[in-house]
Design a protein around this ligand. Structure first.
Ligand SMILES: Cc1ncc(COP(=O)(O)O)c(C=O)c1O
Length: 397
């Protein structure tokens, strides 16, 4: 048994270090089950483990702290972000919450002014009252950070591309500043996925994902994760994971583990379809503006090109007729794009950020940062691109 476990561990390390992304995505963390040889990680649906004598066990004591299905997923998560450690949580928001729990009253955070509404809600409605101060800053120019840095700054939180305006932040430029000042940098990499961008390699300390999205990929699970390299930081976050208890169940871990295995083929198609849909919208006479980071005239296209391997299937747009009636009509007329929150699944979704995903951001704050009531967001899925274009054509009218 000891020999087998060593063999598995070596295999895993070999995959994580030597292999290219597509191979890692399929094999990382996927060891044959030691008890049967099952090629797919079993769902260890158990709350506890039988011990031989007090303190004498197989390394598993209680499932909030240890679960083999979760450990397999965490190994895979680490490998696909080129990190040493992965930690998974019951949702993306729970993963974000764990990072903020590293802070103390009086600490300050600098966060993107354009980001997922639920992250803003967590920061402003839950943590401000514990004495943590948040500054929401336009991070399209990394030097803007300097205006908000002080000795209390402990965390910089960025999303790139941002949800929903597809703004791009230069991760390496931000990391150069935070590293020098010994401030932690966490990047929400949900929109890009590890297929397109690896923030740890660009200097970030922690990568966060809502695995609900591209990692799970099938709109059938809520899940979140953190990936990182620093052992002391991993130990602190593991302590928070088990002490605060926002752990995922083994069934959900299995679903994310399975989703990850097709990430590269799904993402390739998301990128191809995204490009077709973005250009269709841009050439449509009734469309006013399209927000997609793959356009050469996107303000930070050069940075996107430098740090991403493709531009993905997320985009937003506005219409010339931006009356509430017209927007509601378009949002209610698509037949392939489903009107729903969330993103990153195989099926295409259409969403109205102002009233759906970003409703928790006060209207004035949203408008100040360019998120208008007229914005429509698309998560372009992996259906036939022609069908997607036809669907938008008939809905826009
Ligand atoms: C960019 C981004 N980060 C974080 C989250 C939160 O993740 P979850 O819904 O899994 O809690 C979301 C959810 O939409 C998101 O879009």
């Amino acid at each position: 048994m000891a020999f087998t476990l060593t063999l598995y561990a070596n295999h895993s390390i070999y995959i994580a270090i030597i292999m290219k992304l597509a191979t890692k995505i399929i094999h990382a963390g996927a060891e044959p089950d030691p008890s049967t040889g099952a090629i797919m990680t079993p769902i260890y649906q158990t709350s506890t483990y039988v011990q031989e004598a007090p303190g004498k066990n197989k390394g598993y004591e209680y499932a909030r702290s240890q679960n083999p299905t979760r450990f397999a997923l965490e190994a895979a998560l680490a490998a696909i972000e080129d990190g040493k450690y992965g930690l998974s949580f019951g949702s993306g928001v729970a993963a974000t919450d764990a990072v903020v729990r590293l802070l103390q009253p009086g600490d300050e955070v600098i966060a993107s002014n354009d980001m997922y509404g639920g992250t803003y809600r967590l920061f402003s409605k839950v943590y401000e009252k514990f004495g943590i101060k948040f500054h929401y800053v336009n991070m399209q120019d990394a030097s803007n950070l300097h205006n908000y840095l002080n000795e209390n700054t402990k965390l910089v939180w960025i999303e790139t591309p941002t949800n929903p305006l597809m703004n791009i932040t230069d991760i390496e430029a931000i990391a150069n500043i935070t590293r020098e000042k010994k401030i932690m940098l966490c990047v929400d990499n949900t929109f890009a996925s590890p297929y397109l961008q690896n923030p740890l390699n660009l200097g970030a300390d922690i990568v966060m994902h809502s695995a609900t999205k591209y990692l799970g990929g099938h709109s059938d699970v809520i899940h979140g994760c953190l990936m990182l390299n620093d052992t002391a930081l991993r130990d602190q976050l593991y302590f928070i994971q088990k002490s605060c208890g926002a752990v995922p169940g083994p069934q959900d871990c299995f679903l994310v583990l399975r989703g990850i295995k097709t990430l590269h083929v799904r993402m390739q198609r998301h990128c191809e379809n995204g490009e077709v849909v973005a250009h269709f919208l841009r050439n449509h006479p009734k469309v006013e503006r399209v927000y997609w980071c793959g356009f050469e005239d996107h303000p930070n296209y050069d940075i996107a090109k430098k740090q991403m391997r493709g531009f993905g299937g997320m985009m937003s747009f506005t219409l010339n007729d931006d009356s509430a009636e017209n927007i509601t009509r378009v949002l209610s007329s698509t037949k392939v794009f489903a009107l729903a929150e969330s993103l990153g699944g195989i099926e295409s979704l259409i969403n109205h950020p102002a009233t759906m995903t970003h409703a928790s951001i006060p209207r004035e704050e949203r408008l100040k940062n360019g998120l208008s009531d007229a914005l429509i967001r698309l998560s372009v899925g992996i259906e036939d691109a022609e069908d997607l274009v036809e669907d938008l054509r008939q809905a826009i009218g």
